[in-house]
Design a protein around this ligand. Sequence first.
Ligand code: PMP
Length: 440
Amino acid sequence: MSHVFARNSRRSPPRAVGGEGCYLIDESGKRYLDGSGGAAVSCLGHGDAEVIAAVQDQLSTLAFAHTGFFTSEPAEALADLLVSKAPEGIDKVYLVSGGSEAMEAALKLARQYWVEKGEPQRGRVIARRQSYHGNTLGALSTGGNAWRRRQFAPLLLDVSHIDPCYEYRHRADGESAEAYGARAAQKLEDELLRVGPETVMAFVAEPVVGATSGAVPPAPGYFRRIREICDRYGILLILDEVMCGMGRTGTLFACEQEGIAPDICAVAKGLGAGYQPIGAMLCSAEIHQAIADGSGFFQHGHTYMGHPTAAACGLAVLRAILGRDLLPRVVRQGETLDAALRDRFGQHPHVGDIRGRGLFRGLEIVADRDDKVPFDPSRGTAARIKTAAFEAGLICYPMSGTIDGRQGDHVLLAPPFIISDEQIDELVEKLAQAVEAAVT
Ligand code: PMP
């Protein structure tokens, strides 16, 4: 047993030794189709020559310069490119090393903004159940997944969790998607009025929900209504695009499809595409100005923030996504994947829902398709799908999570944007075998 502290402390996973396009290779030579890009990370696949060259160049020019002393050319170029493509109003970029750091920075910036504005009573966050925002304590407090939070409860911030926007389970018979979206968004106003809007600093949500629920898109109009409510009560809207951003849903930012812009936004995963650890917190000019006009110093930071090599990587990845026309490809291949999933699982007795956007797709696994009852958690259905798929040479991202107070199972798919039609067939075929093995 090696001295690596693996998350599963009883069993070490196989050793990965190489990556080629959409495949990872272990030390026995076995090839795995990367159907989830790890966890929605590897958007360009493995071994991308341009990104590797950009990282190598930067390493030999300037690997690191501490942001307490310097800025760097790749950090400036990446921030400029991100802002030029970001939703309206976004003006500044704070580069960090991953998604949790980006969310932690977002929460602390929101809090400092209100302190600088002379409203220090605004300390409460409203977020949603069935959400994941990271594993550091602030981000974990914001996430609404009961089992991840349970043992850390005494360490967590006081966050209100409202219902997610989740058509499959919460939209009533005969209710239109728009009416449901408005009803789901109303939960935010109800909670604001319950706790007192003057005590709330921000509402936090993933535009398309990833790890906790399996690519759940919002109902039409939901986020426009959320934006209106935030504006009416003067609270900040923080969007967590760590998983769904950077082109994963077919637009660079998932919120573009909702026709809204956040005050603060977090991205990560696809920004580094697995070639470097990087994340970013983006914010509006107004928020940045409030700090500049106040104390003049954002009271937060990490040694590796603004890392030049990571920034050069993010810049190369972003240029590849935009310059190789990968966004329309994500839409096209997303439709192909969706059609293949519907063809294979549309009538499956244990697949309750097939959903998602672009190359961000999810299946909800149920014991009974008609009444949507999940499998008994003791069966470990999601874990069984993961194991069976891995044995068959497919990496997918099954998870069990708390759905309406009980444990349920889903599978998340987030393959590289370069996935071919044949590889989509291979993915769906292997996933079907794994689901069959797990539910029978
Ligand atoms: N937010 C979301 C929506 C995520 O999916 C994740 C990672 N799964 C995070 C935050 C945390 O990112 P990281 O693991 O890079 O810290």
